[in-house]
Design a protein around this ligand. Sequence first.
Ligand SMILES: NC(=O)c1ccc[n+]([C@@H]2O[C@H](COP(=O)([O-])OP(=O)(O)OC[C@H]3O[C@@H](n4cnc5c(N)ncnc54)[C@H](O)[C@@H]3O)[C@@H](O)[C@H]2O)c1
Length: 344
Amino acid sequence: MTAKLLDQEMDAPNHIVITGGAGYIGSLLTSELLRLGHRVTVLDSLLFGGESLIPCMAHPNFRFVKADVTQPRALLDSLRGHPQADAIVHLAAVVGFPACQAIGRDAAWRYNVEAVQHVYEQSASLGVERFVFSSSYSNYGLAEDNRPVDETDSLNPQSLYAETKIAAEEFLLAQDGDPAPLIFRLATLYGISPRTRFDLIVNQFVLEAFAKRELIIYQRGYSRSFVHLRDVVRGIILGLDAEVEKVRGQVYNLGTDAGNLTKDEIVGLVLKRLPETHIHYKDLTFGGDMRDITVSFEKIKRELSFEATLTVDDGVREVLYALQSELIKDPQDGRYRNARFIVQ
Ligand SMILES: NC(=O)c1ccc[n+]([C@@H]2O[C@H](COP(=O)([O-])OP(=O)(O)OC[C@H]3O[C@@H](n4cnc5c(N)ncnc54)[C@H](O)[C@@H]3O)[C@@H](O)[C@H]2O)c1
């Protein structure tokens, strides 16, 4: 980029467009980029409302456009007459396998694959330099052995959600012009955001243990990979900050080795803070996203010097604090979950 993103002394701010910027990741990324001195335009259709962006409204470098990026001209129409965008961070999606299942294959494809193509193509005609895409480690599916999977391993989707993410990745990796595509395969996030989600494992376990004193655990031995929201935001900013030719066409697992944990280990961390919780184990398997996997994060450490700063234990403490202090008053409200909304 013209100016280093992390350098608060830069002369000219970069202009970063975030699709899905009102969401769990996007709302925190927006405020962090504004804090670092950048211009941020958010495009979001506000599937879960827009309160998450209210603290940004008064900022002179912030602009919000209510737009649906499945529409082929959404980006062009939103940016006409405004400063040139340097980078797009494309977060807008129907997120998670239950939400994709709920809206069906055609709609999931429209939101998660065709929208990526539309936004990329409009970015190209606008002369944008780089295109950051948020994919998922669920693309790896079930591991064939116990070895940690890295970015060169084959993909084995176990859900419609992962199928859409892989199709979007394939489209982006086939592009050889500008913008330069950069893909992050994120681990499962946890932590509190201006738009917190309680349908993510760590956050959900803490809420259930706190509110019901009870946790029902399926597939206790299954291993997943977890990363704190704030570390993901830092990782995305490192990707925006890197030399564009260095990251062009690259895929990075975004997470930390210490975040490779079984559900049982997460339960242990919850019990440490809420020891009176009753745990019920069930060994049912059900159709859905059956990941049992350990992920390697060597590449992002080696090439982007990414190091996670927070642990799952930090996240459990943070979520519990938000609940105990009643900063989040009604955590059962539907707006904290993705699966329950209906899109046409
Ligand atoms: N949260 C995680 O654990 C996780 C893990 C892996 C990957 N990801 C990816 O990161 C991205 C962001 O995830 P999140 O957890 O912040 O999700 P989120 O559901 O909180 O945010 C998504 C945002 O996109 C918006 N949106 C959806 N469709 C849109 C459209 N057509 N036009 C405009 N806006 C639209 C929604 O209104 C919402 O504000 C997604 O692409 C997701 O697949 C998230």
